[in-house]
Design a protein. Sequence first.
Length: 403
Amino acid sequence: MPKFAYSAIDAAGAEIEGTTKADTIGTARSILVEQNLFPIKIEEARGLLDFELTKEKVKKKNLMNFTRQLAVFVKAGIPITDALTTIGDESTDPALRRALGEMVDDLRNGGLFSAAAAQHPQVFPNYYVGILQAAELTGRLDESLDSLAEFIKREMDTRSKVVGALAYPLVVMSMSMVTVLVLAGYVLPQFKPLFEELDADLPLPTRMMLFFARFFGDLWYITAIFFLLTIATIAFLVMHPTGKELWQRMSLKIPVIGGIIEYAILERFCAVLGTMLVAGVAVPSAMETTTEAVANIVYREQLDIARQQMLEGSGFTQPLIETELFPGAARQMFKVGEETGTLDQQLEVAAEYFNRELEFRIERFTTMFEPIMIIFVGAVVGFVAIALVSAMYGVLNGVQEDV
């Protein structure tokens, strides 16, 4: 249970400090009130070993829930500081709770809501802060918060679909590899002394499997080096900036999977840009923030070039067409939106179009992949089975010949 440090005024009017355990700040506040103490300040107490190498990011789900709750408070006319205090008190996310507490202090010192949010990039992405800035200027904070909550939900759904589609083949491949490793590295070597003792003429599949099994016995160091190199390569591609860039470029060229990643990126681009324009953010600022929100280096480079051309007066649609990143249907939507002044609406339509296409591609990938993996796993296990069975027949034939 979290521990909270507090400053409070007791019944005699003296200021006291202490700590109390509670599930949330709100519960801690209630405990103090029951003890006839008036809380002045409550914050989560951190021990000597509770340090952070990097600030913990808030989960998308928690950010979505916070945004929806804040929208309700704003519509009800509740002051921002009171709303943030109430939401923070009841939040079970330590990172969000700490951020909201610091934001309340900033607001009470005369800061703007968007400026206070910008101080916590681990909680609020750049596009979120940009929309808040526009909402403060237009006075449509409640509408903007509703749009943000809906966008975050849609982004979570899209990410779940993509991760689910890509995780399935990895799980199946991993299980098939484990099966082969167990059969070749443990089961087959158990029969090797018998084969050598009987001096049986082993068939080719069995000899191939025994050769492979040597890498788990006499040549174990080669296998260990291979696995270490594999782990190092994965770590390089995931953690190192150069490796990330290399993987992002390579992933777009993988058949079928590249198309899924492409449409996920385009859906995010149109959804973020459309949400920002609806909130009243100017196109140049919205394009800059949206480009930063795109995770893939290839798209980010091309979109940055397009943004520079927009600043030079080339319009909105033509620079995006020249990137060759968008399909014909999306280009037509952009053109109509620019000509009719309904670009925000057309971007939302484009985001919905990409979302439907993404669902279709994921479904097609899953439908195509399942039989392929069944055939692959069946072939691998079948090969191992044939290697074992044919070896046993070879041994029996050799024994009968000797008799």
